[in-house]
Design a protein around this ligand. Structure first.
Ligand SMILES: [Zn+2]
Length: 452
């Protein structure tokens, strides 16, 4: 959705005024350097000009002003989207690069989003610098020009502004992972396959499922905390677009993390796993040609299937892949969450080429075989299946009495066919099925079912 300019300016002025009121006098010759307890130095830029060397973090007003200046300086190339507002009323913005040309060339949509964890701020500055580099390189750098001519690019540098500016608009010191409700936004998205947030492991053969399995709500999975405003806004923004490739950026490790996060690759390999591995390898290899020391802290190859590293539920990556039909991965780009600001240029030096090239991967990206762009996408169903994923016994509810229940594998081979009992509910034993995704049909209704 396009920015409402008046709203943006009002919000920007309000932020500036708030910030001014909080500013303490300081010697002009010295920027506000703040030592963190672990010795990391966080230097803030209080003006856009102080961002010139990209070795500081912007205050919140400076961030807003940078976004606005780009939109004003490159009106033929970009505009600012307001994705939404945080709990504390801060803006969640995206700089949308969409070149105005006479041709009607189809340009797929790409999306970068950083810092859903408020204290993981390296990506925040990397995204700002990427915007600046792409816009200023248009018509002078052939790579950037070609990329922009062929791709619509949306860049959201800061997905969780309340977490980042936890201690006020003028510093990222004291930033926290969470939003203002202290909810981890990357554990707050609906889970794929209608999986409840906490899925217990499969018990040994013949055992019983222990744990609290929550039936899916509206086919969207159980969620621990209510969907937070930041995520609600992000979902609406992403649904309004048709992103084909995206990434969300984090810190605390250096590793490329491709789907799924909700399952190990043994439980459920992603259908495009080999493509993801190639993309990850190119990203890591390119960065290592500029600094060979990076992306080694977690896996020596520098990448992993998310669930093989550790399984999470409620993550954004799996939501985007499953529900939006967009190929999204998670990029952990710095071992330190809040990097010393004087190291930001060093990170840019080894990351910038990989970040630019990843946008270009959109032109090789596969059709998402799982998400809404797939033939499975039309599955809207009164059926509920739980648990899902299932190890053995599942309960299917909402059946039309006496209709035929059929189970198909992903290649549409029929595995099972039984009649629904008159009470509209049945239990099926899936113990002998191989792990994977299946489609359960009953009359015109259908739903996805995962065997673990
Ligand atoms: Zn994170």
């Amino acid at each position: 959705m396009k920015m409402n300019k008046t709203l943006f300016f009002m919000a920007m002025m309000a932020a500036t005024l708030t910030a001014s009121a909080q500013l303490k006098p300081r010697p002009d010759a010295f920027p506000p350097v703040q030592e963190q307890p672990d010795g990391k130095a966080v230097t803030m830029a209080s003006t856009v000009e102080e961002m010139a060397d990209w070795d500081r973090y912007p205050t919140y007003p400076v961030y807003l002003e940078m976004m606005q200046r780009w939109a004003e300086s490159f009106p033929q190339l970009c505009h600012v989207d307001t994705i939404g507002t945080s709990i504390r009323g801060r803006l969640i913005l995206s700089l949308y690069i969409d070149v105005q040309t006479d041709d009607d060339l189809y340009r797929p949509e790409f999306f970068y989003s950083s810092t859903i964890h408020g204290d993981e701020v390296t990506g925040f500055v990397m995204m700002l610098r990427l915007i600046d580099t792409l816009l200023n390189g248009y018509n002078s750098n052939p790579l950037y020009t070609n990329l922009i001519n062929r791709t619509r690019i949306s860049i959201n540098p800061l997905a969780n502004p309340d977490g980042t500016y936890r201690n006020g608009n003028n510093t990222v010191q004291g930033a926290v992972r969470y939003n203002a409700n202290m909810v981890d936004l990357n554990r707050n998205y609906p889970n794929p396959f209608g999986v409840a947030t906490a899925t217990p492991p499969c018990p040994p053969q013949g055992g019983t499922v222990i744990g609290d399995i929550v039936p899916p709500r509206g086919g969207q999975g159980g969620v621990k905390a209510a969907l937070q405003p930041e995520n609600q806004a992000m979902i609406e923004y992403m649904e309004a677009h048709h992103f084909r490739l995206s990434a969300n950026l984090h810190g605390g490790a250096e590793v490329m993390n491709y789907p799924w996060d909700s399952f190990t690759s043994a439980e459920m390999p992603h259908p495009s796993a080999s493509w993801w591995q190639e993309v990850c390898k190119r990203f890591v290899d390119t960065s290592r040609t500029y600094d060979n020391s990076h992306f080694r802290d977690t896996y020596n190859c520098g990448y992993t299937a998310g669930g093989d590293w550790y399984v999470i539920t409620g993550g954004r990556q799996d939501y985007v892949n499953y529900y939006l039909g967009c190929n999204e991965m998670t990029m952990e780009i710095s071992t330190q969450k809040t990097l010393s600001s004087n190291r930001l240029p060093e990170y840019w030096d080894f990351l910038q080429h990989s970040l630019v090239n990843y946008i270009g991967e959109i032109h090789n990206a596969p059709d998402n075989p799982i998400g809404v762009e797939s033939p499975l996408s039309s599955l809207h169903s009164p059926l509920t299946v739980y648990p899902n994923p299932a190890c053995d016994i599942v309960t299917v509810d909402g059946l039309q009495p006496n209709c035929k229940i059929e189970l198909f594998d992903i290649a549409e081979h029929r595995i099972l066919s039984v009649s629904a009992p008159s009470e509209g509910r049945v239990q099926l034993d899936l113990a002998t099925l191989r792990p994977g995704v299946y489609i359960l049909r009953c009359g015109t209704a259908a739903t996805k079912l995962v065997k673990r």
